[in-house]
Design a protein around this ligand. Structure first.
Ligand code: GUN
Length: 300
């Protein structure tokens, strides 16, 4: 049976470090890290995520501001809000919750955020710094940063000689995750829906990272014995065994059978999920310290 990574415990450690760094910043400069979270529309799942981000920011001692805009907000109104947050010296991090309503151009909004306040790490400047190996100069996308922390805790900072396979090639996760693994010297394959013999590719992986959005797609026969398996999927499926109309959350990995083969595995829920918010808080305190001319610590 594999070692199961406790994402809640690891994220609690990160939050503790962030809270300490935030207090140190305030003691030294009188300023608190400021995080602005922007949500447009009524998507209930997005509201749940955004509330927990705002709540965690307060818990870390940040100035936390939430802007809730109506569904029919125009591109111009949203970009005007981003411009005012860009100019606000008390705001160090800006997060626009995705997805936006379909009439809005998400990419234009994300690219209008000042790169040094882009705590989601989605601006092309931050994506470019990551791709060129400048890991200390920009801001790194939160979910891959959290998943990478698990990889470092398991294998150390140098992945020389290890094969890593990332299933998924999104800008939000797959591409930055592959770049982080490569920067740590792993030999990286970015697999996706057009990959031939996906199971065979995955069986080569010492580190297998799944981010496809298909419930329990990765089977035990895809996992190399002794591998580290990181599950980034969050899928809600019917759970009639819990009663009529009940559902439960599962990842992209068939957990029970893969845990028999892997050496280390993350659960869903309670694995990568809690890390995303923790790394968002870490990015915010990093941005705030840089804004005050201080060198931020590395978290994790
Ligand atoms: N929606 C789901 N995940 C994310 C994320 O990491 N950042 C933003 N901005 N929106 C999201």
């Amino acid at each position: 049976m594999a070692r199961i990574i406790d994402g809640k415990a690891v994220s609690a450690d990160v939050i503790e470090q962030v809270t300490r760094a935030s207090a140190a910043l305030e003691a030294e400069t009188g300023a608190r890290p400021g995080l602005a979270v922007v949500i447009v529309g009524d998507d209930p799942a997005s509201h749940v995520y955004v509330s927990s981000k705002s709540r965690m920011a307060k818990q870390c001692g940040f100035k936390s501001v939430q802007h809730t805009l109506p569904e029919d907000t125009s591109q111009q109104e949203l970009e005007a809000l981003v411009a005012s947050l860009n100019a606000d010296p008390e705001i160090h991090g800006i997060l626009v919750q995705l997805p936006l309503p379909t009439h809005l151009d998400s990419d234009a909004v994300i690219q209008s955020i000042r790169p040094d306040k882009d705590v989601d790490g989605l601006h092309v400047v931050n994506a470019g710094k990551l791709m060129t190996g400048d890991l200390d100069g920009g801001l790194i996308s939160c979910t891959p940063a959290g998943a990478m922390l698990f990889v470092r805790q398991t294998h150390g900072p140098d992945l020389s000689g290890l094969n890593a396979v990332v299933i998924g090639r999104s800008n939000l996760f797959g591409k930055p995750m592959s770049a982080l693994l490569l920067a740590a010297n792993a030999t990286v394959t970015t697999a996706h829906s057009r990959t031939k013999d996906l199971a065979g590719v995955c069986r080569n992986a010492d580190i297998l990272v799944a981010a496809v959005g298909r419930p329990q797609m990765v089977k035990a026969s895809w996992v190399k014995p002794g591998a580290t398996v990181i599950d980034v999927g969050i899928n809600r499926i019917d759970a009639p065994e819990r009663g009529e109309g009940k559902t439960r959350l599962v990842g992209d990995v068939a957990f029970d059978e893969c845990a028999e083969v892997a050496a280390t595995i993350t659960p869903v829920p309670g694995g990568v999920g809690p890390m995303t918010i923790a790394m968002l808080m870490a990015n915010t305190v990093i941005a705030a310290m840089r804004a005050h001319g201080l060198k931020p610590p590395s978290f994790g």
